[in-house]
Design a protein around this ligand. Structure first.
Ligand SMILES: Nc1ncnc2c1ncn2[C@@H]1O[C@H](COP(=O)(O)OP(=O)(O)OP(=O)(O)O)[C@@H](O)[C@H]1O
Ligand SMILES: [Mg+2]
Length: 363
């Protein structure tokens, strides 16, 4: 039942059909508080009492008993700052102001508070109404989501940094340990071949020597790909051109690279991020798309640096790729994370049979 202020009969003073008014308010899922034109609370509904876990029939100057803090700033609301007080005092309409409240039983909740004046036919403020929507659970879930998102961001930033370190370490080990050992092996085999009198055995040793050669250059190439690109010396455009040339030759692929007349330099992190995004997108196009032609574009306008990698391959459904794979590859996630770490956005547009475009935009 809607409750009204016990002393005089404010509803009949306001000439409202009390029955209808009560019926409407009793079924509303939002809390409703009605004040007369002095700001004195005169009526509420069950949801309003539930919102505050009780009721106080207050005047505006006593609104301090309604303890509330602006959710955005944590600042305590002065009695004059409540929407209802402002509606009575100035006719202001306030919609969905987020307020954390301390209920009369001491519990804490978050609500959206709206308030508006009710005027008579002459336009004079006759009453005011406040509507409270309880969003405690929603806010809690949202806070948790924000927290999880922050933790995920920190985790994937760490993963990207570890990946970069690990690549460097692997590259050095491949080059220094395996590469050197293979070179030494090649010398040993060559020496043995030269001294060998047995023709058949010498042929085998020759083959072994050639295989060692191939291995040395394969290991060098893998080590090179793992190493951070020569961005400091070359800059992003030249480093990408150098990388794409090598990839195009190795994969016998047509890669068109267009950076216009771009000569700008960017921060080291941004250049490395862009390079790695292109590297991964191109590697995906080669490994998964079966495309013949790739287009890599780098452009800068007044506000953005935009990197785009387009292939004409088999395409895929970016929305369901992980569900289908049943494994957890890092390529697409890593690209997204690198873009996010640089306050950028990554968009993947693809569908089966339609090729794919990866587009990263940085401000
Ligand atoms: N350009 C593309 N064309 C077709 N399919 C693609 C393309 N890029 C990605 N995919 C699909 O999306 C999947 C996920 O790509 P992602 O780069 O995340 O992982 P991966 O390349 O399989 O492994 P990783 O990058 O970790 O070595 C791929 O396995 C492939 O099925
Ligand atoms: Mg990949």
């Amino acid at each position: 039942m809607t409750k009204t202020h016990p002393h005089p009969d404010p509803l009949s003073e306001l000439a409202i059909d009390e029955n209808l008014f009560q019926q409407i308010l009793d079924v509303l899922p939002v809390g409703v508080w009605l004040a007369d034109n002095s700001g004195q609370l005169v009526a509420n509904n069950p949801a309003g009492r539930k919102m505050w876990e009780g009721e106080r029939w207050l005047k505006p100057e006593q609104f301090g008993e309604h303890r509330g803090w602006w959710s955005a700033t944590g600042k305590l609301l002065e009695p004059s700052e409540w929407g209802l007080t402002r509606a009575v005092a100035t006719g202001e309409i306030s919609i969905n102001e987020m307020v954390d409240i301390e209920c009369f039983d001491g519990s804490r909740k978050t609500m959206l508070n709206s308030a508006m004046p009710i005027r008579d036919t002459d336009g004079r403020i006759r009453a005011a109404i406040a509507v409270n929507q309880d969003i405690t659970e929603l806010k809690r879930a949202q806070d948790e989501l924000v927290q999880v998102r922050r933790e995920l961001e920190a985790l994937s930033a760490a993963a990207v940094a570890i990946q970069e370190q690990e690549r460097k370490r692997l590259s050095m080990e491949l080059h220094d340990e395996i590469g050197q050992t293979l070179s030494a092996l090649k010398i040993v085999v060559e020496t043995a071949r030269r001294r060998c009198k047995d023709k058949a055995l010498a042929d085998h040793l020759h083959q072994a020597s050639e295989m060692a050669d191939t291995l040395v250059s394969d290991v060098r190439e893998i080590a090179r790909r793992l190493r951070p690109p020569p961005l400091d010396d070359l800059g992003l455009v030249a480093a990408l051109r150098w990388h794409l040339d090598r990839v195009a030759r190795a994969a016998s692929l047509d890669i068109r690279f267009d950076a216009g007349t771009l000569t700008d330099r960017f921060s080291g992190d941004l250049e490395l991020g862009c390079f790695r995004i292109v590297q991964e997108a191109v590697s995906n196009a080669i490994r998964h798309a079966g495309s013949n032609c790739l287009r890599v574009t780098l452009e800068v306008n007044e506000y953005h640096l935009i990197v785009s990698i387009v292939d004409d391959g088999c395409g895929f459904d970016p929305g369901s790729v992980y569900a289908q794979l049943g494994r957890h590859p890092l390529g697409l996630l890593g690209m997204r994370e690198r873009a996010a770490m640089l306050a950028g956005e990554l968009h993947i547009r693809s569908s089966p049979g339609q090729g794919a475009e990866v587009r990263a935009i940085f401000r």
